[in-house]
Design a protein around this ligand. Structure first.
Ligand code: XMP
Ligand code: MG
Length: 188
């Protein structure tokens, strides 16, 4: 899917496909270097992190392992509350392993903060975060992000794994949606 397929649904592109690809190469190189000689387990957070996980892992040279978690955050509407439930846990035991959590976006930080506490309690050898997007203005808790893609404005964004009502995850860039999409109006 690309810009042409968006009709009038797209308001603005915030991060282009080229910028995403350049950043992936940069992060992959950094991660390869930092974990040299150590076995790293990439933990992706479903579903948003699917794209960044797949592309980041392919840009890396080390033979990483991958596992996935799915969590749901209770809250009113689209705001997360920090009360999190595990929908799908890791398949693997992470005791004494080097864990790199790969997250699509940090908004308030509440979901990831809960996840990090949960993973830390399992006794990994190390625990770090790679977040591809972050909204600094929305932060409610401070998350130590070792590998950051882009800081973006505090707006709802879609694309590159991020959805609105499960749509637009397969856009190769990140952007904002036109008002009529939220209003449920027919594009014209
Ligand atoms: P918190 O606030 O806990 O939320 O950091 C993180 C999760 O909320 C989702 N999220 C978004 N999803 N566009 C989306 O499609 C956005 O702009 C957005 N902001 C937050 C996302 O699932 C993330 O993991
Ligand atoms: Mg997510």
């Amino acid at each position: 899917m690309d810009e042409k397929d968006m009709g009038t649904d797209l308001a603005r592109v915030l991060v282009t496909e080229e910028e995403i690809n350049a950043k992936l190469r940069e992060l992959a190189e950094q991660i390869d270097r930092d974990y040299e000689g150590r076995d790293v387990l990439l933990v992706g957070v479903l579903k948003g992190a699917v794209m960044v996980m797949a592309d980041l892992a392919r840009a890396m040279h080390s033979p990483v392992k991958m596992d996935w978690m799915a969590v749901s955050s209770y809250g009113s509407g689209t705001k997360s509350s920090g009360v999190v439930r595990i929908l799908k846990d890791l398949d693997t035991d992470i005791v004494d392993r080097h864990i790199l959590v790969v997250e699509d976006i940090i908004d308030s930080g509440l979901t990831l903060s809960w996840m990090l506490a949960n993973l830390a309690s399992r006794g990994p050898a190390s625990l770090e975060v790679c977040a591809f997007f972050r909204k600094p203005e929305a932060a409610k808790v401070d998350i130590p992000v070792k590998y950051l893609g882009f800081d973006i404005p505090n707006e709802f964004v879609v694309g590159y794994g991020l959805d609105y009502a499960e749509r637009y995850r397969n856009l190769p860039f990140v952007g904002t949606l036109a008002e009529h999409v939220y209003a449920g109006a027919k594009p014209h």
